[in-house]
Design a protein around this ligand. Structure first.
Ligand SMILES: Cc1ncc(COP(=O)(O)O)c(C=O)c1O
Length: 475
């Protein structure tokens, strides 16, 4: 096996794949039955023969790529996953090749240095001063800190654990007495509810914050729910706000929420997994006005920052809160030693942790911060234009003016009609979109991640939806 020759085969296949995806020569999504797929890929034979190199690799990679969902296709409109910049994909190769589990500095100084750098850059974007690193490899001063995790869900859990250690440090040793609770907007990503479950807080102690009919938190209603929580003998671990919501992409009013949290000494956690990237845009950063009042923020690079999955940042205003989130010993890892750098391992659920920052850094360094801002502005603008176009048709309804790159809409008819339309679109292979429920109604949902997508694609999509609706309702 020749590494260079096989790498050339793979890179050439990927380049062809990108070209044919952008040109929409192949369906954006194609889901062969599982058993057929396993047979077609010849998995059993390859494992038996150990022959995946050269020509056989070439055949395999092409078949594999044919069985992918094509994010580079302009009809990819379904989810918030980045269409990765090729610089990030190459960085993923470097990370996979070097395989440095960099949570302890000695096992990946390059990756740890880059993580330190990108975390500090994100902290500055939030308006938090990063804590300076001292010569003993720890952060002696007060200031912001953070860590990269394998995804926003784990990042939310990590932030919740930091909040819990802050308000109830005794729980780590003693467990809690069923007195912990969370304040969470009714429209939140399910990873927050999962964190409550994992932490033993329980779904019944998740107090829903009142939201308007588009799912945005109503700040005037915060005192009532907080009073109820206190009257029921609970302590709030955190109040969660969305920037932005997953389903509709709307931002909660962070300044007003932040002021309420400050007055009541509540930990404010902002879930900015998708929407915090607006902080890179001078046009759109006002959507997060007040974010600096938060105690913690989650921000995914693998969503709006063109970074290959996974790379999510947990950021805290005071690094000590994250440093205290986990308290355990592992004599093989944690001991006195020379510390020219910083061990992130104290801040994470993970022990072995990939060099996630390298992928994100590579994208930032390829695009430049302004290039990233231009990408974000472009996708937000397209969402607005798509909204205006769709809502100019009498048979379509849009529940909200988009604030980011997410647009929800439905065509006149039942919830089942929306689902059937999505199914048909997926089987036709020109467009791949998702759906969501808002206010008890099912909506079709577009997420503009792909910079190849333009208004011509939206117009073609709407036409297909109209034709499908006619066909499906005239039966
Ligand atoms: C607001 C929000 N938080 C958290 C997540 C979970 O992030 P991940 O998919 O990286 O686990 C998502 C995913 O869509 C999200 O939209």
């Amino acid at each position: 096996m020749s590494f260079i020759k096989d790498a050339e085969i793979v890179v050439k296949a990927l380049d062809d794949y990108r070209r044919e995806s952008i040109a929409a020569e192949k369906p954006v999504i194609d889901q062969p039955p599982l058993a057929k797929l396993i047979a077609d890929l010849d998995l059993k034979a390859h494992v038996a023969e150990g022959d995946l190199t050269g020509d056989r690799l070439s055949v395999f990679v092409k078949k594999y790529l044919a069985a992918t969902t094509r994010l580079h296709h302009p009809g990819y409109l379904a989810h918030q996953v980045a269409v990765p910049h090729s610089a990030g994909a190459l960085a993923a190769l470097i990370d996979g090749f070097t395989n440095n589990p960099m949570a302890i500095y000695e096992m990946g100084p390059g990756a740890a240095g880059i993580e330190h750098f990108v975390i500090n850059r994100l902290l500055e974007k939030v308006g938090w001063q990063p804590a300076p690193l001292n010569m003993q490899g720890s952060y002696a001063h007060i200031g912001g800190g953070g860590v990269l995790t394998h995804g926003g869900s784990l990042a939310n859990l990590t932030a919740m654990l930091a909040a819990r250690s802050h308000i109830a440090p005794e729980v780590w040793d003693q467990g809690h007495l069923n007195d912990l609770a969370l304040l969470v907007p009714a429209e939140s990503h399910y990873s927050i509810a999962r964190a409550a479950g994992i932490m033993g807080i329980g779904q019944r102690a998740v107090y829903p914050l009142e939201v308007d009919d588009t799912g945005v938190v109503i700040p005037d209603r915060l005192p009532a729910v907080y009073r109820r929580l206190q009257n029921e003998g609970k302590r709030a671990v955190a109040l969660v706000a969305n920037a932005c919501s997953t389903a509709v992409g709307l931002y909660d009013p962070l300044r007003e929420i932040g002021e309420f949290c400050r007055e009541n000494n509540l930990w404010l956690h902002v879930d900015g997994a998708h929407g915090a990237s607006a902080l890179f845009s001078s046009r759109h950063k006002k959507l997060l006005d007040g974010v600096e009042m938060a105690d913690s923020l989650v921000w995914d690079a693998h969503k709006l920052m063109r970074t290959p999955i996974l790379c999510a940042a947990v950021l805290v205003r005071d690094h000590r809160t994250l440093d205290n989130a986990f308290q355990q010993e592992a004599s093989y890892l944690f001991h006195d030693k020379e510390r020219p750098g910083f061990d992130f391992i104290h801040r994470t659920v993970e022990c072995t942790k990939a060099g996630l920052g390298l992928k994100f850094f590579a994208v930032l360094a390829a695009l430049g911060e302004q290039g990233l801002a231009d990408y974000i502005d472009g996708r937000f603008q397209l969402a607005l234009e798509a909204y205006e176009y769709i809502s100019s048709h009498a048979e379509f309804e849009c529940p909200a003016v988009p604030q980011c790159n997410i647009v929800c809409f439905r065509i006149r008819g039942s919830d089942q009609l929306q689902l059937s339309i999505r199914d048909k679109l997926i089987s036709q292979g020109d467009f791949y979109l998702s759906t969501t429920v808002l206010g008890g109604k099912r909506f079709l949902r577009l997420v503009f991640m792909n910079q190849e997508t333009g208004m011509n694609h939206i117009k073609a999509l709407i036409k297909q939806i109209q034709q499908l609706a006619d066909r499906l309702t005239s039966r």
